[in-house]
Design a protein around this ligand. Structure first.
Ligand code: 6GU
Length: 243
């Protein structure tokens, strides 16, 4: 997968050299390009923002640097069938979920545009949506100063779903959100630690009983902390939550 990031803080993304994404880059599974939006300004102060039409607080990112930079990135990708997905992190976007991550992990080209200030001139989204795929995506109902940290989170969630990035693909299946439920609690040795014992069923060797206990724990935990994830009771889906 080829990922391009457009930002006024390229140095933010040096952390993508390490950990799982870093390894995936070294092995060629992820090809990452980080671009400085200011390289596409043509005034002495490398201006990327201006005051909003209609008034109001804060500054808005000007469309011209975005247009020039995105045109160049898109052209450099060549002509794949559907073209890249342009992703703009925004608290005004659709919610990023495991489903979003799975969809995007199947794409050959992703381009992330990191906005700062009060946002990007709306015409940038409208222009690229007219000829390609544009998604405004939010991490949740809170406000970050800019899209950089959000993009990092999205790349980590997407990157680990690319085949070969996570060593043992089975570890992906048993995680929170993959089956619509939160994951069950995990234990390792020692069997007793500071007076807390590992649940005996996990040491029983009874695989059926272990699977049933884990499912029960998933349901208990999900209904306690994230009841919103459960299907409505008494519905067809309600008979088998999360399936
Ligand atoms: Cl994706 N961007 C920004 N700036 N703030 C956010 C967000 C994204 N998701 C939640 N808050």
């Amino acid at each position: 997968m080829r990922i391009d990031i457009l930002t006024i803080f390229p140095e933010f993304f040096s952390v993508l050299d390490v950990s799982l994404v870093g390894k995936a880059r070294q092995s060629g599974l992820i090809d990452l390009g980080v671009h400085n939006l200011r390289d596409h300004t043509h005034d002495r102060h490398n201006t990327v923002d201006d005051t909003p039409y209609g008034g109001g607080a804060g500054m808005v990112m000007k469309p011209e640097p975005w247009g020039e930079a995105l045109d160049e990135i898109i052209a450099s990708l060549g002509t794949t069938d559907a073209g890249p997905v342009l992703i703009f992190p925004s608290p005004a976007g659709e919610l990023f979920t495991q489903k979003t991550a799975r969809e995007l992990a199947g794409e050959p080209n992703l381009v992330f545009g990191c906005g700062r200030y009060e946002g990007i001139d709306q015409r940038v989204f409208d222009h690229y949506a007219a000829t390609g795929r544009v998604r405004l995506i939010s991490l949740g109902d809170y406000v970050l100063n800019g899209g950089e940290v959000a993009v990092m989170a999205m790349i980590e969630a997407i990157g680990r779903l690319i085949p070969g990035v996570v060593g043992n693909p089975e570890s992906l299946v048993e995680e929170s959100h993959e089956d619509g439920l939160l994951e069950y609690p995990s234990y390792t040795k020692p069997p007793s630690w500071r007076g807390h014992d590992v649940p005996p069923v996990l040491r029983s060797g009874n695989h059926g009983a272990i699977a049933a206990w884990r499912r029960e724990q998933q349901l208990e935990r999900t209904s306690r902390v994230r009841p919103d994830l459960l299907p409505p009771a008494n519905s067809e889906a309600g008979a088998k939550p999360g399936e």
